[in-house]
Design a protein around this ligand. Structure first.
Ligand code: G3P
Ligand code: CA
Length: 267
């Protein structure tokens, strides 16, 4: 092959199971992590919140209505915000049956439980700090929990952990507290603003609907705080045809509810 053809070849994008393999199991549960593992997918994205008594828990929404039976278990507690429930109360909720009867009894995992399961499966974590303004100081709590679970040793930090958020200040805080951790900003900053993001984030992770090859290339031209080129992981890409387009845009990773579909389409 001519050298220009060789250099034009790209690695297949990394496939990330969104909220676990959430097309096949209830999102952000241990079952969704295991479903990703069963498909041979090692990167898992999840979302973290904090209970009333300060325990970090894994789920997507800031309230419990959509993915649990909270209305039946705690009928008088509307609007059922996660932050208003203790960890013991959250542990009583069923977070599986909304998705399918066979998942009845699945729980909202604590971040600690979640990390242990990922560790058992030898998986990797793209952790999203959800709604950081709702949980002042959550970055420090997350770092403490990661440390206690063994996720801040050199090999985890180097190969198995990324922390991302839609909140730029939250990403900056993580970078300031632990400059060794790989960070991601969720969104599509204007190209002119990208250099200021590159001071504190290693990844720009935009919605698929907002990007094309030019944007991906503009991000990848910059170097992040660790001296490596910025990476792009796009979400949430569930159709094979879109996954092929994302790959052709040159993204580094694709975040998807159906990781097997995306892997098969892009490899
Ligand atoms: O990882 C990106 C993606 O998860 C962001 O959107 O709403 O699914 O958390 P959302
Ligand atoms: Ca997310």
């Amino acid at each position: 092959e001519a050298p220009d053809q060789v250099s034009a070849q790209r690695a297949n994008p990394v496939v990330v199971a969104h909220r676990g393999a959430s097309g096949y199991a209830p999102e952000n549960t241990l079952a969704a992590v295991d479903a990703a593992d069963a498909l041979g997918i090692d990167w898992v994205e999840n979302d973290v919140h904090r209970s009333r008594d300060g325990v970090l828990v894994v789920l997507h929404d800031t309230d419990l209505k959509r993915t649990t039976d909270v209305e039946e278990v705690f009928p008088g507690r509307a609007p059922w915000a996660v932050k208003d429930f203790t960890a013991a109360e959250l542990a009583k909720l069923d977070a599986g049956s909304w998705f399918g009867e066979q998942f009845t009894g699945a729980r909202i995992p604590t971040l600690t439980q979640f990390l242990h399961r990922l560790e058992r499966n030898r998986q990797k974590l793209l952790l999203e700090i959800k709604s950081p303004a709702t949980y002042p100081g959550i970055e420090r709590d997350i770092i403490r929990t990661l440390g206690r679970s063994g996720w801040l040793d050199r090999s985890h930090v180097r190969d198995r952990l990324v922390i991302q958020s839609f909140g730029a200040d939250s990403v900056k805080t993580v970078h300031t507290l632990r400059p060794d951790i790989t960070t991601g900003f969720l969104g599509t900053p204007a190209v002119a603003d990208l250099p200021s993001y590159a001071a504190f984030t290693d990844q720009i992770n935009p919605s698929y609907a907002t990007i094309g090859s030019d944007y991906v290339a503009a991000v990848q031209r910059l170097k992040g705080p660790h001296g490596k080129r910025l990476r792009v992981n796009t979400w949430t890409v569930n159709k094979a045809a879109d996954a092929v387009k994302a790959r052709d845009y040159g993204v580094d990773g694709i975040i998807t509810n159906f990781p097997d579909v995306v892997r098969d389409a892009t490899s």
